[in-house]
Design a protein. Structure first.
Length: 226
């Protein structure tokens, strides 16, 4: 059965099919690098956002950015700085929108980092099956040409060439399926992170608005410098 091993099929394949196989291997490796990187990063960010929301839920009359984990301290700090600016005749709703918008800007920058390079997965997932199919079609054409030249049509002659060609399609699917699954999963996780982060920002904004529009007595008791 050694004659039908992956290595032997690669060595016996047409140069074009070999090039297709190498391209698919490279695409698969690239997608797995992105998958592993994003899995580690998203797990870390999910934990950070979970803590951010949990701390935000416990806020009362004071917001201290340093108590928030990781990059969420920068998000909170942006809101606190924006809250120190006053605008005459500003309603509580307008105040909250302005403060929360400043925090969403910082969040947006972080989300852009999470989404970087996931287009690689989309590209691999959408193109690999067709690249593999091209290798298969080319390999079969090459096999038929060889059959015509040799005049042999026995299974022993036909099978190796067909197997080599079909291996390209299989490699295309092997590269594409994990990429598509990972792309959907990563997008789903980023959406969940975004939703949780926005909920945390809403809680921080509400607390800052409560401090701003509370009585002077409560502001003094909270120690907030607004």
């Amino acid at each position: 059965m050694e004659g039908f091993s992956i290595i032997s099929m690669f060595k016996g394949a047409d140069p074009v099919v070999q090039g297709v196989m190498l391209l698919l291997v490279a695409a698969s490796l690239a997608s797995w690098v992105v998958i592993l990187e994003k899995t580690i990063l998203l797990n870390k960010v999910s934990r950070t956002i979970w803590l951010f929301k949990k701390i935000a839920q416990k806020l009362e009359n004071k917001v201290e950015p340093e108590t928030f984990p990781g990059f969420t301290s920068l998000i909170t700090e942006a809101g606190v700085k924006e809250s120190s600016d006053t605008a005459g005749g500003e309603t509580r709703s307008d105040y909250r929108e302005r403060v929360e918008r400043s925090m969403r800007v910082i969040l947006s920058g972080r989300l852009d980092r999470l989404q970087s390079r996931i287009t690689i997965l989309a590209t691999v997932g959408s193109t690999s099956p067709f690249i593999g199919l091209f290798g298969t079609v080319w390999g079969i054409m090459h096999s038929f040409i060889g059959i015509a030249e040799s005049g042999e049509t026995t299974l022993a002659v036909v099978a190796p060439g067909i197997a080599e060609a079909l291996a390209a399609t299989a490699m295309g699917l092997v590269a594409a399926i994990p990429a598509v699954v990972a792309f959907n999963k990563i997008n789903s996780t980023i959406k969940k992170i975004t939703k949780e982060a926005l909920a945390g920002i809403d809680l921080v904004g509400n607390c800052l608005a409560r401090i701003r529009f509370s009585s002077p007595r409560l502001q003094k008791a909270s120690g907030a410098d607004f």
